[in-house]
Design a protein around this ligand. Structure first.
Ligand code: NAP
Length: 194
């Protein structure tokens, strides 16, 4: 499951659990991006903080693990490098799924070497309620790329909103695990906190 996770919230956790059940997965590996390809001109919290918040959020679930693959890889993070590395590690028989937000998947044709992803994995695109699903029907994707859609009501929660709430000291309780919010406050990731 790829994402910037700045910070991770209940929408991400519900998405992972939903995918686990719907697609009968053996487990979900959370993959915080190192240096997100689309955010080179934008301030993003350090990869180490985002990785640690993801570890905190997933610690109690035996089906969830967190990978350092992208955090430790130097340079800009490209999903193709990650998926091909996972394919090498797990062998040709493993069925791999790459779960992420639908808005990111809608852009996939512009991703580096996206045609190499065709045989490597199936994408699971998680949408927020009210998301324009019609956009998917005309999605300009590389031929043969498998994309499954999954609507997740809890994705009404967004990292952008949480960052803005924390910066202006508005409540974030019930939007993300309390331990993650405490970690963010302690390290002053999104303003001074409360
Ligand atoms: P983003 O633009 O920050 O997010 C797009 C939308 O998807 C946001 O609404 C976001 O909500 C949601 N989202 C992101 N990750 C999600 C997840 N795991 N589950 C549910 N919703 C999610 O996207 P991003 O985080 O930069 O990129 C998403 C993934 O696509 C990453 O793994 C990234 O490396 C990959 N990607 C690869 C390339 C490339 O290879 N060239 C280019 C772009 C993205 P929140 O803000 O609330 O998370």
């Amino acid at each position: 499951m790829g994402g910037t996770f700045d910070p991770i919230h209940y929408g991400h956790l519900v998405t992972a659990e939903e995918a686990l059940v719907q697609f009968n997965l053996d487990g979900v590996v959370f993959m915080p991006t190192g240096a997100p390809a689309r955010k080179t001109h934008q301030v993003v919290t350090s990869a180490e903080h985002r990785y640690l918040m993801t570890v905190i959020a997933t610690a109690s679930n035996p089906d969830f693990t967190v990978s350092r693959l992208e955090v430790d890889r130097p340079g800009i993070t490209y999903t193709v490098d990650t998926v091909l590395a996972l394919r090498d590690a797990h062998g040709p028989e493993a069925e791999l799924f790459f779960i992420t937000g639908a808005d990111a998947v809608l852009d996939i044709v512009t991703w580096k070497d996206s045609e190499r992803l065709v045989d490597a994995c199936t994408f699971i695109a998680a949408t927020r309620p009210g998301h324009d699903l019609a956009a998917f029907d005309s999605l300009p994707i590389p031929a043969g790329l498998r994309v499954e859609r999954m609507e997740v009501p809890a994705l009404a929660i967004s990292s952008t909103d949480i960052r803005s709430r924390m910066a202006s000291r508005r409540p974030v309780r019930y939007l993300l695990p309390e331990a993650v919010a405490s970690y963010a406050r302690k390290n002053r990731l999104y303003g001074k906190g409360d």
